[in-house]
Write a protein that binds this ligand. Structure first.
Ligand code: FAQ
Length: 311
C-alpha cells in the first residue's frame, strides 16, 4: 500500500510543481538527490585545484584577479550545494567525510592535469560549457532547493565560460606559439569534457528513474549531443580545431555526428585511476586537516555566543 504522502508527491511531480524539504518523498528519491547533489558539491570543491594551480602564474594582474574570482565562485557553489543537500537531512560534515573516505564521487574531469595557461581557457570554454549544458535543465529539477541553487550557479557559470572562451580567442589570435598552445589544450580537454555527461544512456544506471522523477530532464547522450552542436560554431570563431576527424553535420538527423569519448577510460577515472586522482584526494585531505583549527574556532565562538545569550 502506498504511504499517505505518495499520491501528493506523484501529483506534484506530474504538475511540474516543486518538492520541498518538508514534503513526503520516497526514500530512493531522497537518496538519489543526496548522491547527485553531494557529487556535484564535491566536484566544485575538488574543481578548484586544477585552476588554483595557475593563480600564481596567470600572465597579467587582470587575468590573475579574474581567475581568483572564478575559483572563489566555485568554493561558493560547493558550499551552496552542500546547504541544498542538508535540506534532505544529511550534514555537510557527513558528506565531506564520505568524500574523504572515497565513498562518494566527484566529476571525472578534475582528475586531468592543467599543463599550460591555455588549459585555463579550455576549462572555461569546454568544462564550464559542459557544466552549463548539464545544469540549465537542472534549474527545472523537481526538488526545489536544488533547482533554485542551479539558477544562481548557472549565471556564474556563464561568466566562467565566457572568460575561458576569451582566453582561447586571445591566444588563438596571438603568436603561432600561443595558437599552438591553445590548440594543444583543446586537443587534450575535448574528450574528457564529452565524458563529463556520464556513461552512454544504455549503461546509465540512474537515468530512467531520475528522469521519471524529473530530477534529470534530459538523458546523458541528449545533453552530450547538445554540447557538441553548441561547440562547433564556437570553435569556428575561435579558429581552433575540434580534435575529431569524424565530426560532421548530419542533414537527416539535424545534428552533428561525432566520435564518442573512451568510456572505458571514464570508468577507470571514476574508480580512482585517472592521471591526478591520488594527488587531488591527498590535497583535499591535507587542506581539510589544516583547516581543523578554523572549524574548532568557529564552533567555540558559536558556543560562546550561545552561552552569552543564556545569561
Ligand atoms: N564523473 O547513472 P549515471 C562543475 C557516475 S561541473 C564521475 O548516468 P547520474 C563546474 C554516477 O555518479 C561537474 N562520476 O548517473 C565546475 C553513477 O555512479 P554512482 C559536476 C560519474 O547521476 C567547472 C554512475 O557513474 N556536475 O563542477 C560521471 O544519473 C570548472 C552511473 O552514471 C554535476 O555533478 C562523471 N563524469 O548522471 C567546477 C552535475 N558520470 O553514484 C570547477 C550534476 C557518471 O551510482 C571548475 N550531476 N558518473 O556510484 C548530474 O547531472 C549527474 O549526476 C551526471 C551523472 C550526469 C553527472
Amino acid at each position: 500500500e502506498a504511504p499517505s504522502g505518495a499520491l501528493h508527491f506523484d501529483d506534484l511531480v506530474a504538475a511540474e510543481q516543486k518538492i520541498e524539504p518538508r514534503d513526503w518523498m520516497p526514500d530512493a528519491y531522497r537518496k538519489t538527490l543526496i548522491r547527485q547533489i553531494a557529487q556535484h558539491a564535491h566536484s566544485e570543491i575538488i574543481g578548484m585545484q586544477p585552476e588554483g594551480n595557475w593563480i600564481s602564474r596567470a600572465p597579467t594582474l587582470k587575468r590573475k584577479a579574474i581567475l581568483l574570482a572564478k575559483v572563489q565562485d566555485e568554493a561558493g557553489h560547493g558550499l551552496y550545494l552542500y546547504a541544498a543537500a542538508e535540506t534532505l537531512g544529511v550534514s555537510r560534515e557527513e558528506l565531506v567525510n564520505l568524500l574523504l573516505e572515497g565513498r562518494q564521487k566527484y566529476s571525472s574531469i578534475f582528475n586531468y592535469p592543467t599543463l599550460t595557461w591555455a588549459d585555463i581557457g579550455a576549462i572555461g570554454w569546454l568544462v564550464d560549457g559542459a557544466a552549463i549544458v548539464n545544469q540549465v535543465p537542472l534549474c527545472r529539477c523537481s526538488y526545489g532547493p536544488y533547482a533554485r541553487a542551479m539558477i544562481r550557479v548557472c549565471k556564474e557559470e556563464s561568466f566562467h565560460q565566457r572568460q575561458g572562451y576569451e582566453i582561447l580567442y586571445t591566444l588563438s589570435h596571438g603568436t603561432p606559439e600561443q595558437k599552438a598552445m591553445a590548440q594543444d589544450a583543446v586537443d587534450r580537454w575535448w574528450y574528457p569534457s564529452l565524458a563529463m555527461f556520464g556513461p552512454p544512456d544504455g549503461d546509465s544506471t540512474h537515468s530512467e528513474q531520475s528522469m521519471a522523477w524529473k530530477i534529470k530532464r534530459f538523458s546523458n547522450d541528449d545533453l552530450r549531443q547538445k554540447f557538441v552542436d553548441m561547440c562547433v560554431p564556437q570553435a569556428e570563431i575561435l579558429d581552433l580545431r575540434i580534435p575529431d576527424p569524424d565530426l560532421r553535420w548530419n542533414k537527416e538527423r539535424g545534428v552533428h555526428d561525432y566520435t564518442q569519448p573512451d568510456y572505458a577510460e571514464l570508468m577507470r577515472v571514476i574508480k580512482g585511476d585517472g592521471p591526478c586522482n591520488r594527488q587531488r584526494m591527498e590535497h583535499r585531505r591535507s587542506a581539510h586537516e589544516d583547516g581543523a583549527w578554523v572549524r574548532e574556532a568557529a564552533a567555540a565562538y558559536a558556543q560562546k555566543k550561545a552561552d552569552a545569550k543564556k545569561k
